[in-house]
Design a protein around this ligand. Structure first.
Ligand SMILES: Cc1cc2nc3c(=O)[nH]c(=O)nc-3n(C[C@H](O)[C@H](O)[C@H](O)COP(=O)(O)OP(=O)(O)OC[C@H]3O[C@@H](n4cnc5c(N)ncnc54)[C@H](O)[C@@H]3O)c2cc1C
Length: 312
């Protein structure tokens, strides 16, 4: 978690100068395709179709984050509404995942809430679901607050929580008590300081297991709780399967989620074993920060990237 390479790539993910250089190279666009379904909605729909045909569900991410204009934020919301209609028309099994910084959080919280509300309303009309991704810790409180406002009026919303944050156990307990239990639990993808987050993988992993236990055990007290374990970590996935089995928690009470292009073998294996498996499918032209975070997670990806850029 705390490797210098990870810090380096997460820092690069925030560099507009490097972004304009990297995205300009056709070869880097090609390398990013490993993790991104394509630039157009049609590409994403094709990817969902293939995932569905393999027995898995999907969640769609229209790439983009940190917009600071109302116009851009509205365009992003419109694209999600278009995606919801396309999913519906094609009869696909997919929901959507959104980032509040792409929806105008930097403009104003009320504007962002109203913009997201349009998407959630459209999803509700189509019988679909909206997941709010969690971004870095400066926006955690505001993200949870907007989610809770939406959840007051719409049951078809869920939130992502990050196991690397010290605060998350408190958030999980409070949200479950308030009857909001549609969680995606992940380790956390940003570079957080020791004041707010565990730095060592072992600490993050043990908190993830603790939080997953809390959610899986809660079904008596809070029947609406439905956790999604978003991880490619086979140790934690195996632990979850064993825990569910030994505690008589049926596989329809939780799901596994993984990112497009990562551990496809494990995705298929879980689906074939009868577990609910959902694949997170990003698309769009603004793939740079997402791609850099994927490089940060695994040094081997950097080697693939370097080979693509500079040849073998
Ligand atoms: C569906 C989904 C949604 C997510 N949403 C959010 C979110 O809203 N907010 C947020 O902060 N984070 C999010 N994440 C990212 C998450 O926080 C982690 O950064 C990421 O999943 C890597 O952690 P890991 O649990 O897979 O475990 P790790 O310990 O990082 O990895 C375990 C194993 O998984 C494989 N692996 C992991 N990452 C990669 C990679 N990039 N390339 C190739 N192999 C890899 C490797 O085999 C590795 O050994 C999401 C992840 C998923 C799967």
């Amino acid at each position: 978690m705390a490797s210098p390479l990870r810090h380096f790539f997460i820092a690069l993910s925030k560099s507009p100068q490097l972004q304009s250089v990297i995205v300009g190279f056709p070869v880097s666009r090609q390398a990013a395709r490993r993790f991104v379904a394509g630039e157009r909605l049609e590409d994403a729909i094709d990817a969902i179709r293939a995932i569905n045909a393999a027995g898995m569900a999907a969640t769609l991410d229209f790439l983009g984050e940190h917009v600071d204009s109302e116009t851009e934020a509205r365009v992003n919301a419109d694209e999600y509404i278009r995606a919801l209609h396309a999913i519906h028309q094609a009869g696909l099994d997919a929901n959507i995942s959104i980032k509040l910084t792409a929806m105008g959080l930097a403009v104003d919280d009320e504007f962002c809430y109203q913009n997201v509300r349009r998407i959630v309303e459209a999803a509700a009309d189509l019988g679909n679901f909206v997941r709010i991704d969690m971004e870095d810790s400066p926006v955690t409180d505001r993200t949870i607050a907007i989610y809770e406002r939406l959840r007051d009026d719409f049951a078809n919303t869920g939130l992502v929580l990050q196991a690397y944050l010290y605060r998350t156990e408190g958030d999980v307990r409070r949200l479950m008590e308030a009857g909001r239990g549609h969680f995606r639990l992940c380790k956390g993808a940003y570079d957080e300081p020791p004041e707010v987050a565990w730095q060592e993988k072992a600490d993050v992993d043990s908190n993830l297991v603790k939080l997953m236990t809390l959610m899986l055990d809660s079904r008596g007290a809070y029947p609406g709780v439905y956790p999604a374990l978003a991880s490619h970590d086979h140790m934690i996935i195996n632990w979850t399967k064993a825990y569910a089995y030994t505690h008589n928690i049926s596989p329809d009470r939780f799901e596994f989620q993984m990112l497009y292009g990562i551990r496809r073998d494990l995705q298929q294996q879980l689906a074939d074993q009868g577990y609910r498996m959902r694949v997170y499918i990003p698309y769009g032209t603004r793939w740079y920060p997402y791609y850099m975070r994927r490089l940060a997670e695994r040094p081997a990806n950097v080697v693939f990237f370097a080979r693509a850029m500079f040849g073998n």
